[in-house]
Design a protein around this ligand. Structure first.
Ligand code: GAL
Length: 381
């Protein structure tokens, strides 16, 4: 873990335990309309004082980005005067997340920011929150099946997949290739968007015969994404799955030319399987995608063991969510820019979408270092 991240987490961690209760109430509201970024109705409820507790629930510490997300948000809220935050990590366990959120409600939280482990598992605890007039912001991952979600902030998840699919298409040109595909955790609502964005680009090339999938693990439609999903987004599971495919479907000198990996933690495991099978960086090394710009993966891109990552500047997401918290707290109109896409099965949740960008070896410095996301020294640059 990077030095900067460690200091950020230290700052965040310290704040995680400090909170007091504050007396206030608020009511739930719907969406507004207009061009570009439009504010979604006034939050309408009574204002919430800055000394109120803000509960922040993150899925796990074992996936690098969430540590950054949590620390960023605590720090940003603190800089805006919201010093009472409770930042909790759920170890990728749904029950643990529900009980942590329940504790935040019991401790008087007035606004909850939640990156769900499983977006379908929070309906009961969100009803408890609603009964107390607590406002809920879904963070990065949509919360499904509940009317008690007020706002959603995330990156354009479908675009993430499109960027990965188009990157592959640009790399293979009209060459016939062998491709293996992976999808994200079956309990993660984002994973279907990532897969759909990529598969809408790649599936036609499979149907045309330009792309072959020797393992046959190629869903006929986007709805089949869970069949190649990796539970919990773990590198280990991705590594063993890739090793099985290489052992079973790539004998007799057959080479894999492309691997669609939806994020960096999977790409790390896949790169380890490729290395174990003798693939070395260079002209014949497979095109390998990723997402999140995790430190180890950015180093792999520099070393030629991964081709790209889709960077989502978690600082920008933290800033947007902190702004949402402040707008809710002050009864102001809440900025959203998508009031159509994200239907959680009960309602369309007013959403603020941020733009993901592709990072390759050629623009790591310009995008990740010059923006301060990483120090050059952390990347060995
Ligand atoms: C997704 C998130 C990705 C990736 C993945 C695993 O929901 O949008 O950025 O981090 O989870 O944590």
């Amino acid at each position: 873990m990077t030095r900067k991240l460690t200091s950020l987490i230290a700052a965040g961690g310290a704040a995680a335990l400090m909170f007091t209760t504050a007396a206030c109430s608020s009511s739930r509201d719907g969406g507004g309309s207009g061009a570009g970024t439009n504010a979604s109705g006034g939050s309408g409820g009574a204002t919430i004082s800055k000394s109120s507790l803000i509960g922040i629930s993150m899925p796990t510490k074992s996936l690098e980005r969430w540590n950054r997300d949590g620390a960023n948000l605590v720090q940003k809220l603190k800089s805006m005067g919201y010093t009472k935050t409770s930042l909790q990590y759920a170890d990728n366990k749904t029950e643990q997340q529900s009980s942590q959120i329940q504790n935040m409600i019991n401790q008087g939280a007035k606004i909850l920011v939640i990156a769900a482990v499983d977006g379908t598992a929070l309906t009961p605890v969100l009803q408890t929150a609603a009964n107390k007039g607590v406002k809920v912001i879904a963070y990065d991952r949509l919360i499904n099946g509940s009317k008690n979600v007020d706002y959603y902030a995330t990156f354009d998840n479908y675009k993430v997949g499109q960027l990965q699919g188009n990157f592959i298409k640009s790399k293979i040109g009209s060459t016939k290739v062998n491709l293996e595909a992976f999808a994200g955790s079956p309990d993660d609502n984002n994973a279907k968007f990532f897969f759909s964005g990529a598969w809408d680009v790649l599936n036609p090339l499979i149907k045309s015969g330009q792309i072959t999938v020797p393992s046959k693990k190629a869903p006929a439609t986007n709805d089949g994404w869970k069949s190649i999903g990796i539970q919990g987004w773990t590198s280990d599971a991705a590594q063993s799955e890739m090793q099985n495919r290489l052992n079973s479907f790539y004998g007799g000198g057959k080479k894999v030319n492309v691997v669609l990996s939806p994020n960096d933690s999977l790409a790390l495991g896949i790169a380890q399987a490729l290395a174990a099978a003798g693939y070395k960086p260079g002209a014949s090394y497979p095109v390998l995608t990723g997402q999140d710009a995790d430190l180890a993966n950015v180093k792999n891109i520099i070393a030629g063991k991964q081709s790209m990552t889709v960077w989502k500047d978690t600082r920008a997401l933290g800033n947007e969510v902190a702004k949402m918290v402040d707008q809710i707290a002050t009864g102001a109109k809440v900025d959203v820019n998508d009031e159509k896409t994200y239907n959680n099965g009960i309602k369309v949740v007013p959403t603020y979408l941020l733009a993901p960008v592709v990072v390759t070896k050629d623009d790591i410095k310009a995008k990740l270092v010059d923006s301060g996301f990483y120090q050059a020294s952390e990347l060995g640059l």
